[in-house]
Design a protein around this ligand. Structure first.
Ligand code: ZN
Length: 118
């Protein structure tokens, strides 16, 4: 059997592909993701809730930025780090009590600015 698998990888692939499309496999996958959701969703929700509770000013500041971006009050700039050409920028706050006083940085440089990466 092992030899056959080795000699005909494309046939094994086809069998696997066919199996994935069967109802049994589909139901199995659904059950698996349901188990995953049931197991982890409460933890994620709880973690997010705790974070929001401990960092209300951060949540508020981010919401203000999102609102300002949507209404055009704020425009995304370029990453403030020289020579960085990343187009995906995030708002970096120096002071969360001034939610619209932000600098723009890509995720990598934002982490550096926050002191997460040394
Ligand atoms: Zn950058």
């Amino acid at each position: 059997m092992k030899k056959y698998r080795h000699a005909h990888p494309e046939k094994i692939q086809a069998i696997k592909k066919k199996w994935k499309r069967t109802d049994v496999a589909l139901v199995g996958r659904r059950a698996q993701s349901k188990r995953y959701r049931e197991r982890y969703t409460p933890m994620i929700v709880e973690k997010n809730r705790r974070y929001a509770e401990q960092n209300p000013e951060k949540i508020k500041a981010r919401r203000e930025v999102a609102k300002a971006l949507k209404s055009g009050i704020l425009k995304k700039g370029e990453c403030k780090m020289e020579g960085c050409d990343s187009k995906k920028v995030q708002a970096h706050h120096h002071d969360y009590s001034k939610p619209l006083d932000v600098e723009w940085a890509c995720s990598k440089h934002h982490a550096e600015l926050d002191g997460k990466v040394k």
